[in-house]
Design a protein around this ligand. Structure first.
Ligand SMILES: [Zn+2]
Ligand SMILES: [Zn+2]
Length: 253
């Protein structure tokens, strides 16, 4: 499985796009503004969207994607998320006020959109490709994902503050080649990081010290303008210097 980074910023501006990963040609992991750089043909080939959580920077392309290509697709697009996230989408997004309820149009029997509940720890298999939701620690119900295919695995934290399960999961995967973990704020904004349940260097560095040697570590969800400061603080605090994830990068698992 090829994992392409379409967006990995905590915001927008000067070419930044928010969290979106394209897995092969048919799966999106989060649907931030990164999806907006896909062509209509590419958008029409998306059959599955796996969501980490309901925050706008991770879902905002989804309603427009459906409206742009759903009519040309022969089958519904499936959104996989934990039940709490699906309920938030029903209540606050696809509620006819913000956007039409695509689970009922054009008809409830053959809709454009299908919601598929997933559970933490239960692997979803699509051919040889596996996506397993892992716990996250965020201000709304959220998960990260372990992605695996025949040759390796990659772990993606999603939006999260410190929690044990991420590092226990990383250390338990013998084939883990890459860990993508968020670090949204510099240490000067540690209070905001704590209140919004994101990592900052002073909370991420001690957790990273628990990671067994092996996987490369990539930092995502850096808030615009803070990138250099966050990465400098992480480089100073971490034994194995993590690198900033960049849009356009690709990983093979
Ligand atoms: Zn969030
Ligand atoms: Zn976010």
């Amino acid at each position: 499985m090829k994992i392409r980074i379409l967006g990995c910023s905590g915001g927008i501006g000067d070419g930044r796009h928010t969290t979106t990963l394209l897995l092969d040609h048919d799966i999106l992991l989060d649907a931030g503004t990164g999806a907006m750089s896909l062509s209509r043909d590419e958008l029409a080939r998306i059959d599955h969207v796996f969501l980490t959580h309901s925050h706008l920077d991770h879902i905002l392309s989804l309603p427009l994607l459906l409206d742009s290509v759903a009519g040309e697709r022969g089958h519904p697009l499936t959104v996989h998320a934990i039940p709490e996230v699906l309920q938030i989408l029903r209540d606050h997004l696809f509620n006819w006020h913000i956007w039409p309820d695509f689970t009922r149009i054009p008809t409830p029997e053959a809709p454009f959109l299908h919601f598929q509940p997933i559970r933490v720890g239960e692997t979803v298999r699509l051919g040889t490709r596996e996506l397993t939701p892992i716990p996250a620690n965020h201000v709304v119900p959220a998960v990260g994902y372990l992605m695996r295919d025949t040759r390796a695995s990659l772990l993606f934290s999603g939006d999260t503050a410190s929690h044990d399960a991420l590092w226990e999961c990383a250390n338990a995967q013998p084939d883990l080649e890459n860990l993508i973990v968020e670090c949204s704020f510099a240490d000067a904004l540690a209070d905001i990081a704590r209140a919004s349940k994101h990592y900052c260097p002073q909370t991420l560095a001690p957790d990273m010290a628990r990671l067994k040697p092996g996987p490369a570590v990539w930092i995502t969800h850096l808030k615009p303008g803070g990138e250099a400061e966050i990465m400098a603080q992480l480089s100073a605090a971490c034994r194995d210097r993590p690198r900033a994830l960049q849009e356009g990068m690709a990983f093979e698992v």
